[in-house]
Design a protein around this ligand. Structure first.
Ligand SMILES: [Zn+2]
Length: 331
């Protein structure tokens, strides 16, 4: 039952509970956890709440109706769980996935797919999922799970609502005893990157990380205000903070998450990470429409993929800004 997660996973629990209660369930989620089995178990619990017919009066599944019984006996066709037993998901599952993602629910009014260890999908499977999350069918919900978000195709990450399950005794963001760390965006980002409590504490405690996060947001804001004139300030606003490949990859991830929240703002959806920077998100949203933001996101994702090649990072950044500004084709 979803309620069982209220204490152990308060952030994930609240996100999911609110989505059900307010009827704002997204069409695609990506659950991340240190242990993918935990993420998949949580996904299953969420799916039960969505499919049990009592969820319009309660966000928990009832556990007693015929649908709950059939789900527990693996005998309900509107819940499909795909687990990668080996390194790749099997080819026959993949073919049916592609066909099924386009099919409407036969029983009840919703269909839920849980795809476990989405980081292990091969390119064909990832593309089937991408196509679905770009052009979702109504009443079909995909819940992807992973323990290695950095290995998931960035285009998938950028289009799913992220829900991060903390490891036991993780810092509780909502009831934070973190008077000295008011920047909740930093904590949320830390939770995406750090698998252990110690790592997260170090990440949050490291003053440079907060500075870098501020720097990315300030840089985007400046770029949005002055366009390519930001290149005049690039040393002070960017190069002084980001030098190495890993730092660039991190900064580009932050840019992706930020622009995703701008998109959430444009769509009147709840911000996932950057509520602490609400003013910046708002001002960038006012300067763009959703097409522009999606175009910019595509350019940043492509630039991030190029980091691993032996490329001059200063030139990569210049090129990215010029491309973001070009508004050529959306491809
Ligand atoms: Zn039920």
């Amino acid at each position: 039952m979803l309620e069982d997660y209220a204490k152990g996973q308060p952030i994930a629990y609240n996100i999911i509970k609110n989505a059900i209660v307010k009827n704002t369930v997204a069409h695609a989620y990506l659950f991340t956890a240190d242990n993918v089995k935990e993420a998949t178990a949580f996904a299953l619990c969420f799916a039960k709440s969505l499919l049990c017919p009592t969820n319009n009066v309660d966000y928990n599944n009832c556990g007693n109706c015929s649908i709950c019984h059939r789900i527990n006996n693996n005998n309900f066709p509107e819940l499909i769980v795909i687990e990668s037993e080996n390194l790749w998901i099997k080819k026959d599952e993949l073919l049916s996935l592609k066909e099924e993602l386009g099919m409407k629910p036969l029983e009840g009014n919703k269909r839920v797919y849980i795809i476990s260890e989405v980081d292990k999908l091969n390119a064909h499977a990832a593309n089937s999922i991408l196509k679905f999350i770009e052009e979702p069918e109504p009443n079909i919900i995909a819940i992807l799970t992973t323990s290695e978000i950095n290995k998931v195709l960035p285009t998938i990450v950028s289009r799913c609502q992220l829900v991060s399950l903390r490891v036991n005794n993780f810092i509780d963001v909502e009831n934070a005893k973190l008077e000295n760390q008011p920047n909740k965006a930093l904590i949320k980002i830390g939770q995406l990157y750090c698998k252990r409590q110690d790592d997260l504490n170090n990440f949050i405690g490291e003053a440079k990380n907060a500075e870098k996060l501020d720097a990315v947001v300030a840089f985007i804001k400046k770029y949005e205000e002055v366009g390519l004139d930001v290149l005049l300030d690039i040393k002070r606003m960017w190069t002084d903070y980001f030098l190495e490949k890993e730092e660039y990859a991190w900064a580009f991830d932050i840019m992706i998450l930020f622009y995703k929240d701008v998109l959430n703002r444009i769509y009147n959806k709840r911000l996932e990470v950057f509520d602490y920077y609400n003013d910046a998100v708002k001002s960038v949203a006012n300067l763009n429409d959703s097409d522009k933001i999606i175009f910019k996101l595509q350019k940043i994702i492509l630039a991030k993929e190029k980091i691993r090649y032996n490329i001059n990072l200063n030139m990569l950044m210049d090129k990215l800004l010029i491309e973001m500004e070009s508004r050529e084709c959306i491809c």
